[in-house]
Design a protein around this ligand. Structure first.
Ligand SMILES: Cc1cc2nc3c(=O)[nH]c(=O)nc-3n(C[C@H](O)[C@H](O)[C@H](O)COP(=O)(O)OP(=O)(O)OC[C@H]3O[C@@H](n4cnc5c(N)ncnc54)[C@H](O)[C@@H]3O)c2cc1C
Length: 469
């Protein structure tokens, strides 16, 4: 007779057959997105030229205005692309993942902003016939007499606020919630700044194709935000009716929260993904925080595990069973979807081990094919669960304890005084043939990324998610 066990069965959800299929689809989506971005820029440059853009450059009087038109068009285009990129469109989320989307968001956003500044300077300069004395009266006239310009001015102020508060030095001084709230003004900025181009810009009005193109892009960006950032999260929160089922203490500063819900087997969640959750009780219910799924979902419940670092994460310890949870997601590409080959290294530091715990359970692998590299100080999280996975599934474990050193090494005291690249190669001879999943604080994750890249792991097999912003 089989002995009953109090431990729940392990859940394997990732299917290692057809490895790389999703990775190929995602690569095509990334390529397509890049091509569309450049094709859009080329198309609007063509319309600008067809409207006399290059000819106008020949004379100083019209040259400034012409440059102003082009920079305005490029800026508007990138701003709309920016809105689309951050709309949580599933195809883009899957293809790029959060880390890459955030990096692209910064580049596209800043480029769009600098082009907007160039647009304002050159348009005002052009209308003022490049005379300093006329700059102020011309600006006043432009703002007050041209259609949509008052709105555009308000939008510009909102966008300036977003960019200024995103500069590292300013960002560090703000609470995340304040920064995030201001950042949402970017939508207001885009919404207010663009209509003046649609109403008065000659490139929009002269060609029917151009008018259609701009209105479609503007509509698509707006619709994507409404559907995927508003309607879908609300609908999923209502439909799945997530509630706190239990709060489990993992260590002095870390708790796991078990969530139950209705028909959770229908929630398309993969191990390694994260949810942005709002616990609807008491003060702080408006605050949303991202937390990774820390166990493979079994269709009945979900588990998140959080270290208390501030108000939002600290309140998890005091949650009562039954508290409703509004959520966005699941998001993230640190999942079986990204996998391309069978050997796999799961590398985590500190609380960054949470998504890797779920992957260690949910990924399909044979004994010895998966290794967990876990860098931690103090007590390791999920020690018993990892031991169980080692016993039942053949997960290899490289535990790297010890306080953070000032030397900048990523492997910790165990490798102190040694060449970390050699140490890693010695520990993991199969590394170069593996997919590498990395999660942890940004500096550590970047350091390990560089190390595994130096060991010869190609970039498309390194999948990173950092817990910073
Ligand atoms: C994709 C992702 C997955 C994560 N998974 C986990 C996890 O499984 N377990 C865990 O303990 N932590 C996780 N984190 C980190 C966790 O979100 C933050 O520690 C938490 O939000 C801190 O909020 P706070 O109010 O307690 O602290 P605060 O003092 O408000 O914030 C501390 C720092 O946390 C970050 N942060 C705060 N709120 C957010 C937010 N809404 N979005 C992004 N970053 C924020 C900022 O860097 C901030 O400086 C994850 C972060 C990300 C981005």
């Amino acid at each position: 007779m089989a002995t009953a066990t109090a431990e729940p069965p392990l859940v394997v959800v990732g299917d290692a057959r057809g490895l790389g299929r999703h990775a190929r689809t995602d690569a095509v989506v990334r390529l397509g997105t890049g091509l569309l971005l450049w094709a859009g820029l080329l198309l609007i440059t063509y319309w600008w030229d067809a409207d006399g853009g290059i000819n106008d450059l020949a004379r100083p009087a019209t040259g400034l205005l012409s440059i102003g038109r082009l920079t305005g068009l490029w800026s508007a285009h990138l701003l709309l692309v920016q809105v689309l990129l951050m709309s949580r469109l599933p195809a883009l989320e899957n293809a790029f993942g959060r880390n890459r989307l955030v990096a692209i968001h910064r580049i596209v956003g800043l480029t769009s902003f600098y082009l907007m500044v160039a647009h304002i300077v050159t348009i005002v300069g052009g209308y003022a016939s490049a005379r300093w004395s006329l700059v102020l009266p011309t600006t006043w006239q432009l703002v007050t007499e041209y259609g949509g310009m008052l709105l555009a001015t308000a939008g510009t102020v909102a966008l300036i606020m977003v960019v200024v508060t995103s500069i590292k030095a300013a960002r560090r001084r703000l609470r995340y919630e304040s920064w995030h709230l201001i950042h949402l003004y970017g939508y207001l900025g885009a919404g207010l700044a663009l209509p003046h181009q649609l109403w008065t810009g000659q490139e929009f009005l002269r060609s029917r194709g151009a008018t259609l193109y701009w209105w479609s892009l503007w509509g698509a960006a707006g619709l994507a935000v409404i559907i995927w950032r508003l309607i879908l999260p609300i609908w999923r929160s209502v439909r799945f009716d997530l509630r706190v089922a239990a709060v489990i203490t993992e260590s002095a500063d870390t708790v796991s929260v078990l969530l139950s819900g209705r028909r959770l087997d229908r929630l398309p969640v993969q191990p390694g993904q994260f949810l942005i959750v709002r616990f609807l009780s008491g003060a702080g219910w408006t605050r949303a925080n991202p937390f990774s799924i820390s166990a493979a979902a079994d269709g009945q419940s979900l588990r998140i595990t959080a270290r208390a670092v501030g108000d939002g994460s600290a309140r998890l310890a005091g949650l009562r069973p039954g508290v409703r949870v509004a959520f966005e997601g699941p998001y993230g590409r640190l999942s079986p979807r990204a996998r391309t080959v069978r050997p796999v290294l799961l590398a985590g530091a500190g609380i960054g081990v949470t998504p890797l715990r779920a992957l260690a359970e949910g990924l399909e692998y044979a004994a010895g094919e998966a290794t967990l590299l876990y860098r931690y100080t103090g007590e390791p999280l999920f020690a018993a669960e990892f031991d169980r996975l080692a016993g039942a599934r053949g997960l290899k474990i490289l535990a790297l304890p010890g306080a953070r050193s000032g030397s900048g090494g990523v492997l910790g005291p165990v490798a102190a005084g040694h060449d970390e690249l050699q140490v890693l190669r010695h520990w993991l001879p199969e590394l170069v043939e593996s997919d590498v999943y990395i999660c942890g604080p940004q500096p550590w994750a970047s350091g390990l990324e560089r190390l595994v890249a130096a060991a010869g792991v190609p970039a498309d097999r390194i999948h990173t998610e950092a817990f910073g912003w």
